[in-house]
Design a protein around this ligand. Structure first.
Ligand code: G3P
Ligand code: CA
Length: 245
């Protein structure tokens, strides 16, 4: 069972910051999941919410800020004094650190602007230029993006269909989108699908699994990876069982 750290070491550090990624990397995880969005001036940045209010000292829509304006915000103080001064990282900064780690980058593309193609291409080109395309999994709830990526020049990336609920004829749908993996929110109803999808040879990765009991259940159902806020606990559970695929 592979353990993927959700937004970094989210349980103990401010999510989606360099502090969170570096802390997560101190455990024997297989990868880190993080969220990408774009600033008003088109810079890909790592951030979860549409508004900056919850995890910074600023207010307003992330998309209304330029990159320089965003860098003025404190993205750590809300979590704890020890993290005051953490910044919202841009994708470039994260990739620069990531390329020297033995980790898979799980990049979730959040709701993109209408004209997303040049922005997405720019982000993927950056990853390609840094030799990250074989180590990056792109996931998104916005499924037309997967189709676009499958048809474009950026087809070297693994692409994952991200869903909150089980999908009717999930494997067939993934094939139509040319997705390589399914990422699904953990629930009692969804559990019934894990083993049958895995049987088709498609990696099934489940989020957000924070209870040991649920992680063990996922393991029994042939789930490939769990995405967790608590990589410390989960890597201790699966310590001899990391890279299974
Ligand atoms: O990638 C899985 C998970 O991160 C999706 O939900 O809201 O935590 O980004 P969310
Ligand atoms: Ca995410």
């Amino acid at each position: 069972m592979e353990v993927i750290a959700h937004r970094g070491n989210k349980a103990y550090t401010p999510e989606n910051t360099m502090a969170a990624f570096m802390s997560a990397a101190s455990y024997s995880i297989s990868g880190i999941e993080l969220d990408v969005q774009w600033t008003r001036d088109g810079v890909p940045v790592i951030f979860h919410d549409e508004k900056v209010d919850r995890t910074t000292n600023g207010r307003g829509w992330l998309r209304s800020f330029t990159y320089n304006e965003l860098r003025e915000l404190d993205a750590g103080g809300w979590f704890g004094e020890a993290f005051r001064g953490e910044k919202i990282p841009c994708l470039e900064e994260v990739v620069d650190w990531f390329k020297n780690q033995d980790l898979t980058l799980h990049l979730e593309v959040k709701k993109p602007p209408k004209e997303y193609r040049p922005l997405l291409d720019k982000a993927l080109n950056l990853l390609t230029k840094e030799g990250m395309e074989q180590r990056t999994v792109i996931s998104t709830f916005y499924h037309p993006l997967l189709k676009y990526m499958a048809q474009g020049s950026t087809e070297g990336f693994e692409r994952a269909l991200l869903t909150k609920t089980p999908l009717f004829r999930g494997i067939r749908y993934a094939n139509v989108l040319q997705a390589h993996a399914i990422h699904i929110r953990h629930s009692y109803q969804a559990m019934h699908f894990y083993a049958s999808w895995a049987k088709h040879g498609i990696p099934v990765r489940v989020y957000t699994v924070n209870r040991v009991k649920d992680a063990l259940k996922c393991h029994r159902l042939n789930v490939n990876s769990i995405i967790t806020d608590d990589p410390k606990t989960m890597t201790s559970v699966f310590k001899n069982n990391q890279k299974t695929s």
